[in-house]
Design a protein around this ligand. Structure first.
Ligand code: HEC
Ligand code: HEC
Ligand code: HEC
Ligand code: HEC
Ligand code: HEC
Ligand code: HEC
Length: 445
């Protein structure tokens, strides 16, 4: 076999080997992502349905979930039935000693029924069993852990890119060596030298002479781009929920929403009274706090320290029960900030659209200790909701509202009901978009 072709056989062999390594590598990455996906789903379901009472590895209102699957398997209990509805499970299985022990220890049947599938339970249990100590990180580090997770994903991509680059270098330098040897040979045989090519020329030449490999690499590259694109879109979609870090600045007073709006069930609008009648929901003045805190000077978790700040702000002296007359307004840090060029009105959404605060602000009354920006407030967020939300009108009728009954009547009964308008009613609902909620000028000054 002449030297060049032997060399090219060697280089093809090398290339094959590298490619095999690459394939192995990428399947192992994909496999890791399977587990990661299950873990991620588990984490999401856990946070949505279980985290109010459970921690994976520590006691809270309920027991730690880690290891529960094994425990239940060893006592012969049906953990799926339990998670779905523990009360029903207890009724059906009065003899399950472990379940009864749990009840005794945790105060008895406080676990609420969960509308959850077996797959979701599997994911939660997988998440808990493989939990990697994130609960230990302090609250404030929530953002950092989410970032760490993201970068974990990125590193595997970076590795893939590095491997591909290394491969390219190997291929290019091999072809360089080959050309030199070929030149030496050509010189001896009196043939013209192999033309010198640039790097890109080399790549192109390689691609032309190795069409099937080039196709495979091209295909992988396109796949990679598609995955990136998908990730990007997906990340835009995953607003809200708990997987994205939220902006939650520290506030001058540790005011606790879930205590006031949840446990004490104070209506949001008692404090944010503008929400129904103006553009701004408004932040309550300290005098609203004083309606109660004149009498309540101590809290369960912060004692008198935080409530004393309300007194300082209003100039209230709890000893003499009198105001001194000097007020220093509390400097709450603004959490939500839409850019100036956007028009948003609470009244339109709360009073007319009848949208619950929680739809946009998240589980303020059940989860928030510190106010946070739950939704992304991007244009995509506004528009997506306008596209899918039906305004309350007769046909969908959840909350009938005279204004839309009138629109509905006109669309169906009068000249206004031209066919192109009537089509809006075909799906039995009129969305905000169909009423103009996508027009630039509605939201932009
Ligand atoms: C409202 C609070 C609450 C919620 C929400 C809740 N649990 Fe529980 N869970 C408990 C309590 C309390 C117990 C202990 C038994 C009892 O008192 O009912 C328990 C027990 C368990 C056990 C048995 C643990 C062991 O050591 O055997 C499992 C498993 C479990 N929960 C899973 C879940 C899962 C999964 C979710 C979410 C889908 C969930 N729980 C949601 C309160 C809750
Ligand atoms: C007892 C009074 C009180 C009640 C009740 C209350 N809030 Fe608040 N809220 C405040 C105060 C004070 C702030 C400013 C301090 C802070 O951000 O924690 C605030 C801040 C907020 C913010 C962030 C505002 C910003 O700066 O962008 C939102 C959103 C919010 N509340 C929503 C709600 C919702 C929704 C409810 C009902 C579930 C509710 N609040 C109930 C007093 C209250
Ligand atoms: C409708 C009555 C009411 C209003 C209005 C109210 N609070 Fe409270 N607040 C309470 C009660 C009752 C407690 C004690 C609850 C507990 O800790 O068990 C409390 C507790 C607190 C605590 C201590 C929490 C803890 O766990 O230590 C702080 C801080 C506080 N409130 C701040 C505020 C601020 C700031 C406002 C005004 C924006 C306000 N509250 C408005 C009733 C009210
Ligand atoms: C359709 C989504 C949506 C709904 C529903 C909604 N908000 Fe808001 N909220 C926003 C947006 C967007 C901002 C930011 C506004 C800005 O920066 O001008 C905001 C800001 C706020 C603020 C900060 C200060 C202010 O006055 O704007 C408070 C407080 C607030 N909302 C409370 C509430 C309460 C309470 C409710 C329910 C009665 C509610 N929101 C319902 C989207 C919503
Ligand atoms: C959770 C769903 C939801 C989100 C998020 C939302 N909107 Fe809306 N919006 C509605 C609904 C529903 C209406 C229709 C209210 C009505 O007229 O019945 C509406 C109406 C409006 C209108 C009046 C449209 C018209 O035709 O008159 C404007 C302006 C508006 N929204 C701006 C915004 C902006 C800006 C944002 C983002 C910062 C936003 N909305 C986010 C649900 C939403
Ligand atoms: C439902 C409300 C809504 C509608 C309709 C809407 N926008 Fe927006 N737009 C927003 C919000 C909210 C932002 C601010 C987003 C942010 O800060 O991330 C924004 C931001 C923008 C920006 C600035 C981007 C930047 O980086 O600051 C441009 C440009 C823009 N919109 C153009 C348009 C055009 C053109 C239309 C009509 C085709 C339109 N918008 C319709 C809500 C809307």
């Amino acid at each position: 076999m002449p030297l060049p072709s032997r060399l090219s056989a060697v280089s093809t062999g090398l290339l094959n080997a590298c490619f095999a390594v690459l394939l192995l590598f990428s399947t192992s990455v994909a496999h890791g992502q399977d587990d990661k996906a299950l873990y991620g789903t588990g984490e999401k379901v856990f946070k949505q349905n279980c985290a109010s009472c459970h921690k994976p590895t520590e006691k809270m209102t309920g027991p730690p979930i880690k290891g529960a699957k094994e425990k239940w398997a060893s006592t012969g209990g049906d953990i799926y039935a339990w998670v779905k509805n523990s009360q029903a499970y207890l009724k059906a299985n009065p003899g399950d000693q472990h379940a009864h022990d749990l009840l005794k220890e945790y105060g008895g049947s406080v676990m609420t029924p969960n509308a959850i599938s077996d797959e979701e339970i599997d994911a939660v249990l997988y998440y808990a069993d493989n939990f990697v100590g994130k609960a230990k990180a302090p609250e404030a580090a929530g953002g950092a852990t989410a970032e760490a997770e993201g970068s974990d994903n990125q590193t595997s991509w970076q590795w893939l890119i590095i491997v591909v680059l290394l491969l390219l270098i190997v291929v290019l330098s091999l072809s360089g060596v080959k050309n030199q040897l070929q030149n030496a040979l050509n010189e001896r045989e009196g043939k013209p030298p192999v033309p010198v090519r640039s790097v890109w020329g080399n790549i192109w030449h390689w691609a032309v002479t190795h069409r099937s490999w080039a196709l495979i690499f091209g295909f992988l590259f396109v796949c990679w781009l598609m995955v990136l694109q998908w990730d990007y879109l997906w990340n835009i979609g995953v607003y809200g929920g708990e997987e994205v870090p939220h902006y939650k600045p520290e506030q001058p007073i540790a005011f606790n929403h879930s205590l006031h709006a949840g446990k004490m069930a104070i209506n949001c609008q008692y404090c944010h009274s503008g929400a129904e009648k103006s553009k701004h929901a408004g932040i309550p003045s300290a005098s609203i706090c004083m309606n109660c805190h004149k009498a309540v000077s101590e809290g369960t978790t912060t004692g008198t320290a935080e409530i004393a700040k309300i007194y300082a702000a209003t100039g209230w002296d709890p000893a003499t029960q009198k105001y001194s007359g000097t007020e220093t307004p509390i400097k709450w840090v603004k959490v939500h900030n839409l850019p100036d060029h956007v028009y948003f009105s609470h009244e339109q959404h709360v009073a007319v659209g009848k949208i619950e605060c929680q739809k946009c602000h998240g589980p303020v009354d059940t989860k928030f200790t510190v106010a946070e920006q739950w939704s992304p407030l991007t244009m995509g967020w506004c528009i997506e909701c306008h596209n899918e939300t039906a305004v309350s009108q007769m046909a969908s009728g959840a909350q009938p509202n005279g204004y839309y009954e009138e629109i509905h009547r006109r669309l169906t009964e009068t000249d206004m009901g031209r066919s192109e308008l009537r089509k809006y009613l075909e799906d039995e609902k009129i969305t905000v978009r169909e009423l103009g909620g996508w027009e630039c000028a509605k939201c932009h000054y």
